[in-house]
Design a protein around this ligand. Structure first.
Ligand code: 5AD
Ligand code: SF4
Length: 441
């Protein structure tokens, strides 16, 4: 491969979950630390990093079409690096099929990106998909600048092995980053301007560590420590597994005022046979009882969920149980998906493939129920006075956009600045946002 001048500008394009967004930001920081500058337009950048997601089908095809689209009018391409979970799962194949890709780097190895990019510019393509992640975090630079709302990865990987899911294979076994490192990164984010931190992990509530005095700590204790930063106003976490909702974490929703009243707790299905086949380790009833306990300590908590329709063998009656659990919970927000067979997962070879039309129809009914509840939740918020963390300007003159404690988008008109925590009266609700009026200080 011929050598090219070292890239001076880059663009990182992240797909999929918030952890990929976090990883994308860290890759951008690594490249910036090498003296490169971020380019807005993908087409103009010397280096493009495609930070991919493998959770559902067509992920790989999408990567190839993105690679194709990066070709410039004159037939040249930027230096392309494929990162993320598709890189982890199919890196070797990508190298063979896409000669314009010069670097393939898995999610646990991206601390090596700058060095691999330099090698690529010098003419050597390389693939790095080693796990696990410990070395990566140690190698990342200290963070400097942050928007008002920042992500902080505290835990990676998953040991749950839900039968439909590729995450245990692409992200590997669960690892928890050390307490002290997280407090340090949080401090850097706060000093860089963050007023809200969302703790991230594939199984974030499985995070476990030891505090400064050597005592066992879970997410509740970590959140308590972070709450000590005076400038940090809000703490969130995602994604949780019902099996790891400890008593301490539930209690924290009542005792830690900085922990926001929002819980993303995927249930996937409302039917016990399907849940068992998914290897979910909870039943519909144990899930509902768990939510009762959370609501007992924090009655206004907003519940969010993930759902899969058309898991192998799912009958109409079993799907009906999912609609019933939705009615019982009243989700404030939800993400729903058609089952997608992932290579290497146990569910991919199960019997009872659900026809595409049936899946489509079920997804429509499910989403109608979820949309109805999201709108109802937003309507029930009208009349509330709450804090809003201002994230950016709106389209209209003098308008600002931010988030309520319940993660709703709120817009209002008035004097404010990005990063302000303002008090707002919620006056009008739509399906995806609320209008508020600024309460003068
Ligand atoms: N098919 C469809 N949805 C899936 N999810 C994970 N794996 C699959 C799959 N194979 C969904 C789950 C999970 C969310 C992140 O993605 O609902 O909670
Ligand atoms: Fe996947 Fe289940 Fe782990 Fe979530 S808990 S990442 S769905 S295996």
């Amino acid at each position: 491969m011929a050598s090219t001048p070292p890239p001076r500008t880059f663009h990182v394009k992240s797909f999929g979950c918030q952890m990929n967004v976090y990883d994308g930001e860290r890759m951008a920081e690594l490249l910036t630390a090498q003296g490169m500058t971020a380019a807005d337009e993908r087409g103009d950048a010397d280096l493009v990093v495609l930070n991919t997601c493998h959770i559902r089908e067509k992920a790989t095809e999408k990567v190839y079409s993105d690679i194709g689209r990066l070709r410039r009018d004159d037939g040249t391409s930027p230096l392309i690096a494929v990162a993320g979970c598709v890189a982890q799962a199919e890196g070797e194949e990508i190298m063979v099929r896409a000669p314009s890709v010069k670097v393939v780097v898995g999610p646990q190895a991206y601390h090596r990106l700058p060095e691999m990019v330099a090698q690529a510019a010098a003419g050597t393509r390389s693939t790095e998909t080693d796990m696990p992640a410990e070395a990566k975090f140690a190698a990342l630079p200290r963070r400097r600048k942050s928007g008002p709302s920042a992500f902080l990865t505290v835990q990676e990987g998953c040991d749950k092995f839900c039968t439909y899911c590729v995450v245990p294979y692409t992200r590997g076994a669960e690892i928890s980053r050390p307490f002290a490192d997280l407090v340090d990164e949080a401090q850097a984010l706060v000093e860089g301007g963050a007023r809200e931190i969302t703790l991230l992990g594939q199984n974030v509530n499985a995070w476990a560590g030891e505090d400064a005095r050597g005592r066992k700590a879970g997410l509740a204790e970590l959140a308590e420590e972070l709450a000590k930063f005076p400038e940090l106003a809000r703490i969130r976490y995602t994604t949780s597994h019902p099996a790891d909702m400890t008593d301490a974490l539930i209690e924290a929703h009542g005792s830690n005022p900085k922990l926001m009243p929002f819980l993303h707790l995927p249930v996937q299905s409302g039917n016990d046979r399907v849940l068992k086949a998914m290897n979910r380790s909870h039943t519909a009833d144990s899930y509902l009882r768990l939510l009762e306990r959370v609501r007992a300590v924090r009655p206004d908590i907003a519940i969010s969920g993930d759902f899969i329709v058309g898991f192998p063998g799912e009958t109409e009656a079993e799907f009906g149980d999912t609609l019933r659990i939705i009615d019982a919970v009243g989700y404030a927000l939800a993400f729903s998906f058609k089952y997608s067979p992932r290579p290497g997962t146990p569910a991919a070879t199960m019997d009872g493939h659900v026809p595409a039309e049936v899946m489509d129809e079920r997804l429509q009914r499910l989403q109608a129920a979820l949309n109805r509840d999201q709108l109802a939740f937003n309507h029930s918020s009208v009349g509330r006075r709450c804090s809003v963390l201002v994230e950016r300007r709106g389209k209209r003159e003098g308008q600002w956009l931010g988030k309520s404690p319940w993660l709703q988008s709120v817009h209002f008109i008035g004097e404010a600045a990005v990063g302000d925590l303002v008090t707002v009266d919620l006056i009008e609700a739509g399906p995806n946002s609320l209008a508020g009026t600024l309460v003068s200080a």
